[in-house]
Ligand binder design. Structure first.
Ligand SMILES: NC(=O)c1ccc[n+]([C@@H]2O[C@H](COP(=O)([O-])OP(=O)(O)OC[C@H]3O[C@@H](n4cnc5c(N)ncnc54)[C@H](O)[C@@H]3O)[C@@H](O)[C@H]2O)c1
Length: 340
């Protein structure tokens, strides 16, 4: 079976994707510098799949290390590139850190892929490229709006770099997957999301509040033009998201792609408000969540959810897990992590 490099494979989405790749029989090599993950994630992957993936601790900003890796692993057939820094707020304060980590690593990998006889490349992009879309649900044809943060800009620039490269490197085939809002954990609760410091995202903030690590959840604004006044997002279970990577990779490896560079939205197609997510949490956990409504937060998009037709029809993939299932797995994961 083909050998696949998963960069950032010990992170949240990467680890779940490694599980699904191994379940499908792929041989996986992980590169991660552990800047936002733990080596213990390897144990979790091994427990679930019965197989320990190869792991190399490499900082992808070190160009020479990337080159040497591909010399050692000349038989790599595909790369799923998760490794990046992802904290939006931090990217505003430290833009160069983000441009360096998210752009240089991408360029170094593409340079190596250019040398291979053929290569499949999957890129972690984001629905942030759409900003506040003019029409909902958001299709892949919606215009890319000016990025709100350096982080968001690295995803837009990243897509452009890949597209430009694919135009002149016929042996390279790539798919940019634009994730909506990944949440949840593997049902085994052997792996999950491990945010360092104060969580930037709603669901880990909810579970950390419920477990007593945070005093209360601030809901930023309840006067938006939505049914309950709170912002709406498309929350996708991380296991569904992980499976989409396996399908996208197979599409490229089996030459089923329609162009050398393609984009797909990965979401459920259903928007949920902040209060609906809180209610889902309360429903599955049986706990009341301590939250208060505060003023709007600058830069927040009112509503974003995916049109999933292209992913459903072209990839033959659709989400299977519900918001409640995602919230329950996130809650079980939080309890397990804190029990240690
Ligand atoms: N989680 C989300 O909400 C979300 C949404 C849209 C897009 N994305 C993108 O998906 C990808 C994965 O996100 P995640 O939530 O799993 O993040 P994560 O931080 O959990 O995983 C990223 C992994 O990459 C590693 N890494 C970072 N820089 C590296 C470097 N220079 N060399 C080697 N390893 C490095 C980190 O240690 C971490 O394990 C990222 O590109 C992110 O921008 C995430």
């Amino acid at each position: 079976m083909d050998k696949i490099l998963v960069t950032g494979g010990l992170g949240f989405i990467g680890s779940h994707t490694v599980v699904e790749l191994q379940n499908e029989g792929y041989e996986v090599v992980i590169i991660d510098d552990l800047s936002n993950s733990s080596i213990k994630v390897l144990d979790g992957i091994e427990t679930i799949t019965g197989k320990r993936p190869l792991f190399e601790q490499i900082d992808l900003k070190e160009k020479i290390d990337v080159e040497n890796f591909f010399v050692r692993h000349a038989d790599i057939k595909g790369v799923i590139h998760f490794a990046a820094s992802k904290a939006v707020g931090e990217s505003v304060k430290e833009p160069l850190l983000y441009y360096e980590n998210n752009i240089s690593t991408l360029v170094y990998i593409l340079k190596e892929l250019k040398k291979l006889p053929s290569a499949a490349f999957i890129f972690s992009s984001s629905c942030t490229v759409y900003g506040q879309a003019d029409e909902l649900p958001i299709t892949e044809n919606a215009p890319v709006k000016k990025a709100e943060s350096p982080y968001g800009n690295t995803k837009q620039i990243g897509e452009e770099i890949i597209q430009d490269t694919c135009k002149v490197v016929p042996t390279l085939k790539a798919i940019a997957l634009r994730y909506f809002n990944p949440i949840g954990a593997h049902e085994s609760v052997e792996i999950g999301e491990l945010p360092i410091g104060v969580p930037q995202n709603l669901v880990p903030f909810i579970t950390q509040t419920a477990i007593g690590l945070r005093e209360e959840l601030s809901v930023f604004g309840d006067d938006y033009p939505t049914p309950d006044g709170t912002c709406i997002r498309d929350y996708i279970h991380v296991v569904d998201l992980a499976k989409a990577h396996v399908v996208a990779l197979g599409r490229l490896l089996q030459n089923k792609n329609k162009a050398n560079y393609e984009t797909f939205n990965l979401g459920t197609g259903k928007g949920s408000s902040v209060l609906e997510v809180v209610q889902a949490f309360e429903r599955v956990s049986g706990k009341k969540l301590n939250y208060k409504i505060v003023g709007r937060r600058e830069g927040d998009i009112i509503s974003a959810y995916a049109d999933t037709n292209k992913a459903n029809d072209e990839l033959g993939w659709k989400t299977e897990l519900s918001l409640d299932e995602a919230m329950l797995s996130a809650w079980k994961w939080e309890q397990k992590v804190r029990a240690k």
